[in-house]
Design a protein around this ligand. Structure first.
Ligand SMILES: *[C@@H]1O[C@H](CO)[C@@H](O)[C@H](O)[C@H]1NC(C)=O
Ligand SMILES: *[C@@H]1O[C@H](CO)[C@@H](O)[C@H](O)[C@H]1NC(C)=O
Ligand SMILES: *[C@@H]1O[C@H](CO)[C@@H](O)[C@H](O)[C@H]1NC(C)=O
Ligand SMILES: *[C@@H]1O[C@H](CO)[C@@H](O)[C@H](O)[C@H]1NC(C)=O
Ligand SMILES: *[C@@H]1O[C@H](CO)[C@@H](O)[C@H](O)[C@H]1NC(C)=O
Ligand SMILES: *[C@@H]1O[C@H](CO)[C@@H](O)[C@H](O)[C@H]1NC(C)=O
Ligand SMILES: *[C@@H]1O[C@H](CO)[C@@H](O)[C@H](O)[C@H]1NC(C)=O
Ligand SMILES: *[C@@H]1O[C@H](CO)[C@@H](O)[C@H](O)[C@H]1NC(C)=O
Ligand SMILES: *[C@@H]1O[C@H](CO)[C@@H](O)[C@H](O)[C@H]1NC(C)=O
Ligand SMILES: *[C@@H]1O[C@H](CO)[C@@H](O)[C@H](O)[C@H]1NC(C)=O
Ligand SMILES: *[C@@H]1O[C@H](CO)[C@@H](O)[C@H](O)[C@H]1NC(C)=O
Ligand SMILES: *[C@@H]1O[C@H](CO)[C@@H](O)[C@H](O)[C@H]1NC(C)=O
Length: 572
């Protein structure tokens, strides 16, 4: 890591940004935001204690030869109690799910572009891929505790827990695992097939990520998938410093103090209430196999969390089939509660954490540099006022971010389709916010700008035997905006009443830009992030901003005061 002085030195040479054709090597002329090696603020980069060895360690086909399914690359074909229709529990892991396209959509079907229309721009916001947990996370501490219990004889593991007698916590910390590299490479390939035609081969575009190791590498694997290994001829990566004290729209929580404090932990509180319900039976079950050790609900929750992390790290985890299918549905819902209450519409800092990116996209869609004064959002104004690091007029725009930050961005966009208050008693009917469908590993949020020669019918013709025109007979050139999350349309009229109710979920760009114009005020960045307001119980905040009710501070903290034992539920 560079010393502060060296960093300062590097950042003073802003004007020397040159066109760079190879992966950046250290040089006195390269400013920090174009430097990819050696890395700055890479964060911890701890690799796992063992390498995967599935050929030797995988117990599939679990004694059922007839149902063998080859691992691809993870072993996910586990015998799960209660899983009568062989659904994958690995799609019930919230933000820890390996990437999969949203299987059910967001309430809109998909439609092709009518002949004569075209896509002129695309703006992609991508999450990093599968990773190791945070070093001091509750799951890591739980792993060490299990080892202690085994060593000091406080527990005697039997039956299905027998494996614990030889189990050790061997995960690394923070960095991408091999599956994460694959997710981003595959995504680059997919984006090339979907949008390759938007790339002008004689230009070099700029894409933005952060300095953190898994963020930089995710961007690099994506580019390798899209352009091939010589991608450095096609793309310059601009890195935003990801560290406490720096402005960063792609890691907005660093300049939002309240988002890292008790005020924004309503989701954790709600989750813990739900965990007591859905894990009650599992707590008894595991205790009965532990020879005197009484499991807490928090232990059981950590045991469940071990499954997705070990699976993406080693290909298979013994922890997964300790739980029933219903308990995995409960796990997904616990994460839905966390994201809703900590980072979404149920959080007082939901909108503020995401507003920097929203304002950046707004500026780009309007075709100008981000021009808000310092402190209006957490965007880095220095970078955002130069075209070298805030590119305009690019048909392909690639940005990389984190899960909780993307949830906050969805909130700051005012996508109220996802504002439903989630009860702590269990999933509601017609649940809209399902985190594995919204921010799995390698999630992707895409805004397409569509040009049409005349307005496209709101009711899209679908009869293939008697095709009729998609266009109204009259009208002028019309520009639409189309939002996709994990390859499915997010119908904009469901969140923005100003948008026409359309089968395809698109909305006219001019209408959306008017809506975007009001989002900065709604987010109340300064007050939300730095204001001195009391914590309120989960369920009280419903619009992603602090509730303004005045009341005495005595006893005002309600159930919002409890801090969770670690920060791993905030930043993934
Ligand atoms: C069966 O599959 C569907 C998804 O296709 C899922 O919603 C449902 O919960 C599954 N039920 C069981 C018992 O596996
Ligand atoms: C494990 O045991 C060691 C030695 O007794 C102790 O220092 C440490 O705090 C324990 N770790 C956990 C997670 O309980
Ligand atoms: C055994 O380890 C556990 C977890 O670290 C600890 O809570 C417990 O006090 C230890 N017991 C003994 C007898 O050392
Ligand atoms: C591609 O970029 C080059 C160089 O900027 C430019 O001359 C050319 O017109 C562009 N082609 C298209 C199709 O936009
Ligand atoms: C990347 O840039 C090189 C050099 O300009 C060009 O030949 C190549 O076609 C580009 N790659 C893709 C995938 O367009
Ligand atoms: C903005 O980015 C530049 C370039 O990396 C850096 O020198 C500066 O400290 C950043 N400003 C803030 C407020 O984070
Ligand atoms: C575990 O719980 C049982 C039943 O509540 C209790 O009798 C026992 O003392 C507890 N054991 C420990 C080690 O706390
Ligand atoms: C895209 O469609 C618009 C509207 O019909 C048209 O004006 C424009 O020329 C088209 N652009 C391309 C590159 O075909
Ligand atoms: C499609 O159009 C054909 C011809 O007009 C008609 O016979 C058929 O019923 C239509 N199908 C549907 C599903 O409306
Ligand atoms: C098309 O644009 C012209 C000029 O802006 C306007 O006068 C006309 O009313 C528009 N037509 C429709 C159908 O919107
Ligand atoms: C939120 O808290 C305030 C102050 O305690 C209270 O007046 C209000 O009814 C609460 N709203 C909800 C939806 O719980
Ligand atoms: C969600 O937003 C809609 C407007 O789109 C509003 O009517 C509804 O009350 C909101 N729900 C909550 C829980 O705030």
């Amino acid at each position: 890591m560079l010393s502060a002085a060296k960093l300062l030195l590097a950042s003073t040479s802003l004007v020397t940004a040159a066109v760079i054709d190879i992966r950046q090597e250290p040089s006195t002329t390269v400013p920090d935001y174009f430097q990819t090696t050696p890395q700055i603020f890479a964060g911890p980069t701890v690799t796992g204690l063992i390498a995967p060895f599935l050929a030797q360690s995988n117990p599939a086909p679990f004694g059922q030869e007839a149902s063998f399914v080859a691992n691809a690359p993870l072993e996910t074909n586990l015998p799960i109690t209660g899983n009568t229709n062989r659904s994958s529990i690995f799609q019930l892991h919230g933000q820890l799910s390996s990437y999969f396209p949203n299987p059910v959509g967001f309430g809109s079907n998909e439609y092709p572009l009518p002949p004569g229309s075209n896509i002129s721009h695309v703006h992609l916001l991508h999450r990093h891929g599968s990773r190791y947990p945070t070093g001091d996370s509750s799951v890591a501490n739980f792993g060490r505790k299990i080892q202690n219990l085994t060593t000091n004889g406080s527990a005697k593991w039997t039956d299905e827990l027998d494996f614990l007698n030889a189990w050790e916590y061997q995960l690394g910390a923070e960095i991408l695992v091999a599956r994460g590299r694959q997710e981003l490479f595959d995504s680059g390939v997919l984006f090339y097939y979907n949008y390759g035609g938007l790339y002008n081969t004689s230009t070099k575009i700029t894409a933005r990520t952060t300095t953190q190791d898994r963020m930089l590498k995710s961007a690099e694997y994506f580019m390798a998938g899209f352009f091939g290994l010589e991608w450095t001829h096609n793309v310059t990566l601009a890195l935003i410093l990801e560290q406490q004290g720096f402005n960063n729209s792609l890691a907005g929580y660093f300049q939002c103090n309240n988002s890292n404090s008790y005020q924004a932990t309503g989701g954790n509180n709600a989750s813990r209430i739900w965990e007591k319900t859905y894990l009650a039976a599992a707590t008894e079950r595991l205790t009965a196999m532990s020879g005197g050790y009484n499991w807490t609900v928090a232990d059981v929750y950590n045991a469940q969390t071990m499954c997705p992390y070990e699976t993406v790290a080693f290909g298979y985890s013994r922890w997964c089939d300790l739980f029933t299918y219903d308990e995995w549905k409960g796990f997904e819902y616990s994460i839905d509660l966390q994201f809703h209450g900590n980072n979404g519409f149920g959080s007082p800092t939901g909108r503020a954490v995401g507003i920097g990116y929203v304002e950046e996209l707004f500026a780009r869609l309007e075709g100008h540099l981000y021009n808000l004064p310092p402190g209006a959002t957490q965007a880095n104004v220095t970078l955002d006022e130069m075209e070298a690091t805030f590119p305009l007029d690019q048909s392909l725009n690639f940005d990389f971010s984190h899960d909780t930050n993307i949830m906050a961005i969805i909130t700051a966009f005012g996508l109220k389709q996802f504002n439903q208050t989630l009860p702590t008693t269990g999933p509601p009917d017609d649940q809209q916010l399902i985190v594995s469908h919204v921010t799995p590993f390698a999630t992707r949020m895409v805004w397409e700008i569509i040009q049409a020669p005349s307005p496209i019918k709101a009711s899209r013709p679908t009869n293939v035997t008697a095709p009729t025109s998609d266009y109204y007979d009259q009208g002028n050139t019309t520009t639409y905006i189309h939002l996709l999350l994990n390859q499915r349309t997010v119908p904009l009229y469901k969140s923005y009443p100003e948008c026409e109710k359309r089968d395809d979920g698109w909305c006219e760009l001019s209408t959306v830009l008017k809506i975007f114009g009001g989002l900065l005020d709604t987010a109340r960045y300064e007050y939300s992030c730095f204001g001195d307001y009391p914590s309120v119980p989960y369920g009280n905040v419903t619009d992603g901003v602090p509730t303004v009710k005045r009341r005495a501070l005595g006893g005002a903290f309600g159930t919002g005061l409890e801090m969770y034992e670690s920060s791993d539920r905030w930043i993934e």
